[in-house]
Design a binder for this molecule. Sequence first.
Ligand code: AN7
Length: 384
Amino acid sequence: MGREDNLRRRAWQGVVIEYYDFISVNNEKLKLPPVSLQEGNTPLIESVSLVKELKEFGFSGKIYFKHEGLNPTSSFKDRGMAVAVTRARDSNAQAIICASTGNTSASASAYGARAKIPVIIVVPEKGVTIGKLVQAIAHGAVMIRVKGNFDSALQLARKVAEDFSLFIVNSINPWRIEGQKTASLEICDALGFAPDYHFIPVGNAGNIYSYWIGYKQYKEIGRIDMLPKMYGFQAEGAAPIVKGHPISDPQTIASAIRIGNPANWERAILAKEESEGIIDTVSDDEILKAYKFMGEKEGIFCELSSAASVAGLIKMVKKKSTQKDAVVVCTLTGHGLKDPQAVIDFIPPKEAIIEPSFKAIKNLIQEIIPQKIEKSQSSALQET
Ligand code: AN7
């Protein structure tokens, strides 16, 4: 074997190849090689701080974060998009279309660019974060901005996809679900078993269902013995599934899950019921607290929407709705850099503006850490 063979063998090849035997819709074989950006294989990071905080409320188990923000376009959407766009190219699709609160469109834009298929994204005129918008622009997608919310954008995208035979890559596309389920397969592969609880944000509700069918698939083939309870969380102002009716004007700071009429509504209920889980709400305040905690105490910068899973865990532990010694996984669906404005709006920086002199910075640092500075005042810190 040559050097190149070795390199190729070591590299992760993306979800379509790595989980080829597990992904099938009607057992259609591929004609062309997969479209991939080596998505998946994301870290499952053990909590160091949240787990300590929750001890106070009687929790003695383990918490892991599945950091899906470390995918190629910085959200979990890449898993499903790799499979969907692979199929789009295989079926010679003329164009790809999707509606989106931002992450689906960013991912579709990247994978479409890679597959050399034109991409049309339909997004709400307002409320898509700057990080997500610039991704679509960078990848050269055509952007249609609708004066309305995600739900109206999805309705339009579905209709136009049907009328013009465009390849729609929203989670109503079964290939998206097939790809996204690989996240739960990875969790089981990493742990050697399924967690007791899986916490996840719920928007259009494709992801909670995807994880669930992934877990069920591994149980059926004997890779795991027990299934987790699926715990899904919607933002209080955008919680149609919890409220039991569509919300015409959903509101939340977590713009990715600002969705009032989820396309996978029944499937989310199915995942909840089959797993004996729950779908509940978290307030914007709880989301914000969890978001800040993740950044400041775990060293993990996730999206506001992603923090809904962590906020949900905190809420459930406080309510004693989880088993004390449980193994818990929280999915962090997207990276914090998707939404720089959220940091600017919600987290005051610890900063100072000083003159460019050693004296000024010394005084400042002495104020912050007086003992440490005195002790280490050696020749390395001579005034110049
Ligand atoms: C960061 O991009 O719906 O319940 O159009 O971007 O599977 O919809 C995004 C959803 C959670 C909710 N976290 O997942 C879109 C879109 C983040 C997200 C969700 C989304 P689903």
